[in-house]
Design a binder for this molecule. Structure first.
Ligand SMILES: NC(=O)c1ccc[n+]([C@@H]2O[C@H](COP(=O)([O-])OP(=O)(O)OC[C@H]3O[C@@H](n4cnc5c(N)ncnc54)[C@H](OP(=O)(O)O)[C@@H]3O)[C@@H](O)[C@H]2O)c1
Length: 295
């Protein structure tokens, strides 16, 4: 018999992530029914108390809350399409990675079949699931999130983003852009310093300092973007573009890949040509907010 804080839950998908989610739910004391296309993957979890279902139909039927974590949305639809009648009245929490359009389409499809839908994105690796280090982004109806928040907190630190089902995927994508942008800039700097015999470990404290200083500008820059005003309180885009030209020249002279600073300068030059020569750096948002000029 479940206590009031313990909900019966079904997990669909027992890959690396689905198995980690199941273990965290079992540890939190939930009754967890599991289903996987390849049934043998349930064996180890059964030894820890999970209840394997013979079919996706019986799995969904077993619990009011269904958590899905399979390869992609196509795989999830392949599993659920034949059993849409079972969805009525249930909560589907989809932690499969995808984009915002897929999330919104999945929400419409799920709601058409009578279920409430939360779309999620997991910003963690499987070993972190069940700890506060695992960030779980969720979007969809606020009441559904509120009703199941305690249950979902067994998986990690849940962050509710809003009613628009596409928000989890969008925050996930934006977070990845931030991560790769920072890593690529750091790698470019490492390549520059290595030409002078400076190793990555020696350069990295300076890189971390610059990254932290730059992060400190973001709040003010965000206000400027939200207000559509880009005063050059610190430096104009023209000044930035001049420094970018030096970075390209330095890279090329040293035989280091100059594609990253060339991209920076291409965007700055376009903003200047669009009338932002005397604007501050956040004016570049207009370049990022339109489709790519070339692919
Ligand atoms: N692993 C990570 O670090 C991580 C981090 C964040 C987010 N995620 C996301 O979590 C999701 C699952 O990742 P994972 O690491 O668990 O991947 P995985 O280990 O490769 O597992 C994939 C799961 O999807 C199932 N599946 C694939 N195609 C299917 C289909 N047509 N019908 C039914 N089930 C199907 C697989 O079933 P079978 O066992 O039968 O093949 C398996 O359960 C992905 O969207 C991934 O992007 C993963």
């Amino acid at each position: 018999m479940n206590s009031p804080t313990h909900t019966d839950i079904t997990v669909l998908g027992l890959g690396l992530m689905g198995s980690a989610l199941t273990r965290a739910l079992l540890t939190a004391g939930h009754r967890v029914t599991v289903w996987n296309r390849t049934a043998a993957k349930a064996d180890q979890l059964q030894a820890h108390g999970a209840l394997p279902a013979e079919s996706v139909n019986t799995a969904v039927d077993a619990s009011p809350v269904v958590i899905a974590c399979v390869t992609d949305y196509t795989a999830l639809r392949a599993a659920l399409d034949p059993i849409t009648g079972e969805l009525d009245g249930r909560i589907l929490v989809n932690l499969t990675s995808g984009d915002s359009t897929q999330a919104r389409d999945m929400a419409s499809w799920t709601e058409k079949h009578g279920a409430s839908y939360l779309d999620g994105a997991i910003m963690a690796v499987p070993p972190a699931i069940g700890t506060t280090d695992a960030i779980i982004l969720l979007s969809g109806p606020e009441t559904t999130f509120g009703d199941h928040r305690r249950t979902l907190e067994a998986l990690g630190t849940t962050t509710y983003l809003g009613a628009d089902h596409g928000l989890s995927a969008l925050y996930d994508a934006a977070g990845l852009s931030m991560m790769w942008g920072t890593l690529n800039a750091w790698l470019h700097g490492v390549a520059l310093l290595r030409t002078a015999g400076i190793d990555a470990a020696t350069y990295t404290p300076f890189a971390a300092h610059i990254a932290q200083e730059t992060v400190g500008w973001l709040t003010d820059y965000a206000d400027q973007i939200d207000n559509n005003t880009y005063p050059a309180d610190d430096a104009t885009l023209t000044t930035h573009a001049g420094s970018m030209a030096h970075l390209i020249e330095e890279s090329e002279r040293l035989g280091v890949n100059a594609e990253l600073p060339t991209l920076f300068k291409t965007l700055a030059d376009r903003a200047i040509a669009a009338g932002h020569a005397e604007s501050g750096y956040p004016a570049l948002i207009e370049q990022f907010s339109r489709a790519s000029a070339t692919r």
